[in-house]
Design a protein around this ligand. Structure first.
Ligand code: AMP
Length: 405
C-alpha cells in the first residue's frame, strides 16, 4: 500500500492506494488540527463507499496522523490489516525552489532543503515538514518521497521565469517565477499527450495548454512534454483570477493601498489573497457555481465571470504565441471539469487558433473516463476535459522511487 499525505497548516489530507495498480482504497481529511489546542478537530474518513466523522482532540499533526492510521486499520472495511502493509509514503510539498525538478526520496539533506525553502512558502512548506516529521516518528521504517508543486515548471526558460527586477534579487533571494499545481499540470498534460499521440501527433511536436481551474487557478504551456511557461509566479497569487485571489495586478497597486489608503501590509495581503477574485468582484461568493447562478441578476457576478474567462482566453493566446501554435487545450479541476458554459465562454473566439468547440459534446453529461474530447471532428486543435489526479500521481512517483531503492 502507498499512503499519500498532503499537510496544510491545520489539516492533514490522506489517500491510501494499492501498490500493484494504484487503486484508491480509502481517503479523508483531519481538519482544525492544532486550532484552539486541537479541541475542535474532526477526522472525516471514507472507505469502501462509506464515510464517518470522528471528533477527537488533535493538538498537532503527529496526533492527527495517529488518528488517520488508526482509522485505516480500524475501519469496518479494514483498509489495512496492519501498518506494516504501508510500503511507501508520498508527500505533497509545495515549494521545491530551483533545487528540485523531480520527486525525491526524503533524507536529512532533502529535509534541510525543504526547510531552507520555507522563506519562499511560509504558509505551506513548514506544514509539509510537520507531516514528514510525523510520519518519520510513527512509521520510521517506511521510505518517504517528496513530490513538489513547483518541480514540473523547472524546465521554464530564463525569459519565462525571470522578473524584470534587479538581477541580484534573483541571485541573492531567489525572487523569480516558480509556478505551482505542477503535479496536476504534469498529469493532465501527460494524458493529453497520449490522446494526441493516438491521433498521430508525435510527442516532441505537441503543444499543449493546460488550465487547472479550481479554488486556485493556473495554466501552463507544455511543449514537447516540457513546461515552458505558467501563470503563477514567486507565489500562487500571480496570473488568473481565482476564488479569492486577485491574480495579475499592477505591482504599484499594493504600494498605493499602503501609501494612500494607509493599509498595513497584512491588510493588503489579506485583500489580495482572501478578499479578491470571484468573491471580491462579485460580492457574492468564491464559488463559481454561485457566480453562474447569480450572474443574470447581479452585474458584479457577470463581471467576475467575464474577467475569469477573459484571462484564461488571453493566456491561451499568449501560450499559443510562446509555443508557435497549440494542438490541445486541457480543462481540469473543480471548475474546469464541471462547467460547460464556462468552457464555451473561454473558447468562444479562439477558432482562429484552430480550436473549434463542439457545443453538443461540451453540453453532454460526462460518464467516468480518463478524459473527453470536446472539439468538432474536423477541428485541427483538440479541446480536452481531463479530471486531474494529483494524489495518484504522487502515489506513482512514490512507488517508482521506492522500488528503485
Ligand atoms: P478544486 O479546487 O479543484 O476542488 O475546485 C473547487 C471549485 O470548483 C469550487 O470552489 C467551485 O468554484 C468549483 N466547482 C465545483 N463544481 C462546480 C460546478 N459544477 N460548476 C462550476 N464550478 C464548480
Amino acid at each position: 500500500m502507498i499512503l499519500v499525505i498532503n499537510c496544510g497548516s491545520s489539516s492533514l489530507k490522506y489517500e491510501l492506494f494499492t501498490l500493484s495498480d494504484e487503486c484508491s482504497v480509502a481517503n479523508g481529511i483531519a481538519e482544525r488540527v492544532g486550532v484552539n489546542g486541537g479541541t475542535e478537530a474532526v477526522l472525516k474518513h471514507r472507505c469502501g463507499g462509506s464515510s464517518r466523522e470522528t471528533r477527537t482532540p488533535m493538538p498537532d499533526h503527529a496526533v492527527a496522523l495517529r488518528q488517520v492510521l488508526d482509522a485505516l486499520v480500524g475501519c469496518e472495511c479494514r483498509a489495512l490489516d496492519s501498518l506494516d502493509q504501508i510500503r511507501a509514503i508520498g508527500h505533497r510539498v509545495v515549494h521545491g525552489g530551483e533545487r528540485f525538478s523531480e520527486s525525491v526520496v526524503i533524507d536529512d539533506e532533502v529535509i534541510a532543503a525543504i526547510e531552507a525553502m520555507c522563506e519562499l512558502a511560509p504558509l505551506h512548506n513548514p506544514a509539509n515538514l510537520v507531516g514528514i516529521r510525523a510520519c518519520q516518528q510513527l512509521l520510521p521504517r517506511v521510505p518517504q518521497v517528496a513530490v513538489f508543486d513547483t518541480a514540473f515548471h523547472q524546465t521554464m526558460p530564463v525569459h519565462a521565469y525571470l522578473y524584470g527586477l534587479p538581477y541580484e534579487l534573483y541571485e541573492k533571494h531567489g525572487i523569480r517565477r516558480y509556478g505551482f499545481h505542477g503535479t496536476s499540470h504534469r498529469y493532465v498534460s501527460g494524458i493529453a499527450s497520449d490522446m494526441l499521440l493516438e491521433r498521430g501527433l508525435p510527442r516532441e511536436e505537441q503543444k499543449i495548454v493546460t488550465c487547472h481551474l479550481g479554488n486556485g487557478c493556473s495554466m501552463a504551456a507544455v511543449k514537447g512534454g516540457k513546461c515552458v511557461d505558467t501563470t503563477m509566479g514567486l507565489t500562487p497569487l500571480e496570473g488568473l483570477l481565482m476564488g479569492t485571489r486577485c491574480g495579475d495586478l499592477d505591482p504599484a497597486v499594493p504600494l498605493y493601498l499602503m501609501d494612500q489608503l494607509k493599509m498595513t501590509n497584512k491588510q493588503v495581503d489579506t485583500i489580495m489573497n482572501k478578499e479578491s477574485g470571484l468573491l471580491g468582484v462579485s460580492g457574492v461568493s468564491n464559488d463559481m457555481r454561485d457566480i453562474q447562478r447569480t450572474k443574470a441578476e447581479n452585474p458584479r457576478s457577470q463581471a467576475a465571470l467575464d474577467i475569469f474567462c477573459y484571462r484564461v482566453r488571453k493566456y491561451i493566446g499568449a501560450y499559443a504565441a510562446a509555443m508557435g501554435g497549440v494542438n490541445a487545450v486541457v480543462f481540469t479541476a473543480g471548475i474546469g471539469e464541471n462547467d460547460p458554459p464556462l468552457v464555451a465562454q473561454v473558447m468562444d473566439g479562439l477558432e482562429f487558433l484552430g480550436l473549434y468547440l463542439d457545443p453538443v459534446r461540451n453540453a453532454q453529461p460526462k460518464p467516468n473516463s480518463i478524459g473527453w474530447d470536446l472539439a468538432t471532428d474536423d477541428s485541427p486543435g483538440r479541446i480536452y476535459i481531463i479530471p486531474t489526479d494529483e494524489e495518484r500521481t504522487i502515489a506513482r512517483d512514490a512507488k517508482q522511487l521506492v522500488a528503485a531503492l
